[in-house]
Design a protein around this ligand. Structure first.
Ligand SMILES: Nc1ncnc2c1ncn2[C@@H]1O[C@H](COP(=O)(O)OP(=O)(O)OP(=O)(O)O)[C@@H](O)[C@H]1O
Ligand SMILES: [Mg+2]
Length: 389
């Protein structure tokens, strides 16, 4: 899949831009702050209706304008000439509107996943160096990219968790005035059941995705890094998952979901007194983490800056290869990657991504992008995007 035409109106710094694109490698070069990331962010937003840079839509609309429009034409594949046109109108504070092949969609969110993207950008370093929540979001987002219905499972889980926490908090408050009434425990049983059911489904998706992803990440890392390149990713659950049917090699089979729900329920019973005392849910996917390691050492706290960077990149490249193995050919976006890598890693990365159907690269310094990725080049300056002669 590749984007062959991109048109922006009042998106970020762009009043209006109209850009023909090709399959293969395209590089956007320009000084800092000229609008390179803004361009690829528009494609990311069209793909996921979320951006790696912001949590709200206000910054996506050009300052002073009321709404932004992103239009793209997408070709299904190199040897599949079918085309789709997509249009997304972003109006902060109002419902967005989307069209597919010029027909309005009932809900703008239906446009999610029509264009598939994998975006690597500097903020991804947080997946390696940041809090567990960053790694949970990473694995959930990737699972959602594979199975879109999981977006609903994740929001159900968050809702059940909030409600259970509210109950636990009130129980913990009442504890100070004597033991909680017995009917409160019965209500808690109900929430335990909900949390275990939805949590089991979320956990199943995460474990399956991580098991499928891990070999791609190890390979992507070893392909980029010439030394100390034994990268691994392992799930760390807050519940005791020993009796699940996760095989030695990390693969998962069979009636996993029911076993996971049972493990979560057992974990909640075991820690009920502590949960009531502290007034929060201590067992479940919201307390889990993914341990990333290089050789014998954890990546977090030990890996060098370049190694952490390479690991973050390997997680995205691994995701790209996993989606490809699933039968999806995503657009690969490498935002500001090359400046951070040494020359060996640059060359290795370039030769690894050359075969993708479409790679969009941004760089402040054109010379940082290896020759191997020659492709087409655009200069980005003063709100204009101009093809290099
Ligand atoms: N909503 C907006 N309205 C107007 N201008 C905006 C808006 N959002 C961002 N900008 C401007 O866009 C510019 C940033 O663009 P972008 O992040 O694409 O730069 P870049 O070329 O990727 O730079 P770098 O090389 O530093 O990564 C900033 O100057 C910023 O002020
Ligand atoms: Mg940028």
């Amino acid at each position: 899949m590749f984007v062959d035409h991109l048109q922006l109106t009042d998106f970020r710094s762009y009043e209006s831009v109209d850009l023909g694109l090709d399959s293969g490698v395209t590089t956007f070069v320009g000084a800092n702050g000229q609008g390179k990331t803004n361009l690829v962010e528009a494609i990311e937003y069209l793909s996921t209706m979320s951006s790696h840079r912001v949590a709200t839509e206000v910054p996506l609309v050009r300052s002073g304008a009321a709404r932004a429009v992103v239009r793209a034409r997408v070709q299904a594949g190199l040897d599949d000439p079918r085309q789709l046109t997509l249009e997304l109108e972003i109006s902060p504070g109002k419902a967005n509107r989307a069209k597919l092949n010029r027909s309005p969609l009932r809900h703008a969110r239906e446009i999610i996943g029509v264009v598939r993207t994998v975006v690597f950008s500097p903020v991804d370093i947080a997946v390696v160096k940041g809090d567990p929540s960053e790694r949970r979001r990473f694995i959930d987002d990737l699972s959602i990219a594979r199975w879109p219905r999981l977006a609903g499972v994740r929001s159900d889980y968050e809702r059940v968790l909030r409600q259970r926490n509210t109950l636990l908090k009130s129980l913990s408050g009442r504890l100070r005035g004597g033991p909680p009434p017995s009917d409160a425990e019965a209500t808690l049983d109900v929430w335990d059941t909900h949390l275990a059911r939805v949590g089991g489904e979320l956990l199943e998706a995460r474990l399956t995705t991580l098991a499928d992803l891990a070999p791609h990440v190890s390979k992507a890392y070893a392909d980029i890094a010439p030394a100390n390149n034994d990268a691994a990713a392992e799930y760390r659950a807050s519940a005791d998952l020993e009796f699940t049917n996760q095989a030695e090699d990390g693969s998962v089979h069979g009636a996993l979901r029911a076993n996971l729900s049972a493990a979560l329920a057992a974990g909640m019973i075991e820690r009920r007194a502590e949960e009531i005392q502290r007034g929060v849910s201590l067992v479940g996917p919201h307390r889990d983490d993914i341990a990333l390691s290089l050789g014998m050492l954890p990546a977090k706290g030990y890996a060098s800056h370049g190694e952490s960077w390479s690991f973050a990149l390997a997680l995205r490249l691994g995701s790209f290869h996993l989606l490809r193995a699933d039968g999806v050919e995503p657009v690969l976006v490498l935002d500001d990657v090359f400046a951070e890598l040494d020359s060996v890693r640059r060359e290795r990365l370039a030769s690894g991504v050359r075969g993708a159907e479409q790679v969009l690269v941004t760089a402040a310094v054109g010379a940082d992008v290896p020759e191997l990725l020659a492709g087409r080049r655009f200069r980005v300056a003063d709100g204009e995007v101009v093809a290099d002669a």
